[in-house]
Write a protein that binds this ligand. Sequence first.
Ligand code: GCO
Length: 263
Amino acid sequence: MNMFDLTGKVALVTGGAHSIGFALGVGLAKAGATVCFNCSSEGSRERGVKAYADAGIQVHGYVADVTDEEAVKAMVAKIEEEVGVIDILVNNAGVIKRIPMTDMSVEDFSKVIDVDLIAPFIVSKAVIPGMIKKGHGKIINICSMMSELGRETVSAYAAAKGGLKMLTKNICSEYGEANIQCNGIGPGYIATQQTAPLRERQADGSRHPFDQFIISKTPAGRWGTTEDLVGPTVFLASDASNFVNGHILYVDGGILAYIGKQP
Ligand code: GCO
């Protein structure tokens, strides 16, 4: 028996057209799942479907604003009709705004909370009834190191990701008896478009100060890659984790365990 086999399972990855969501969608598909992804525009959907096809994977792409409950309910109903009831939900869609808190508008703060915290609530609320009917389900929330730590300029993102950690524990608490396991993945510093500004080479060709800082704080001595997140996600999506619930699995190269290299 391969307890990591996802054959016959339907997975939905929000924000799955690129970056971390795309890597997770490919990984879930390679483990046997039928993968659906959502994104915010038809152009992104088309680019996403092509990117998966280029990786040899046929997916189902949907356009829906994850902060709009009616749009999400319609998308979930369409997936259930066209593909099947969702067994695995990866709440991956996310945004960040790096602005000093006293300079941040309430509008900017609310936008981050809407996408990074309220949307996972909306999408989870839409898929849980189907999971209950099926008798099982896996919800994986893409949290963050900022679910545990703060840093300058990311007040909204940290508040959202801290809330997402507790939403994860609450879904675990409320729906565990329905055989739904809800866990989180907490990426460390991953080399993506979202973190590119933190890694830009300086004018003199030296590494960005933040890049050097992260390297000194990470026992692995490197930034993570989106590939590093795939195995842990497949684990949490599979029968191998049927008694793992309410857990945030940090995939961070050890950064949360380490005081940092002495200067
Ligand atoms: C930042 C980074 C982080 C990472 C990730 C860490 O500005 O500090 O964007 O937030 O993206 O979330 O887990």
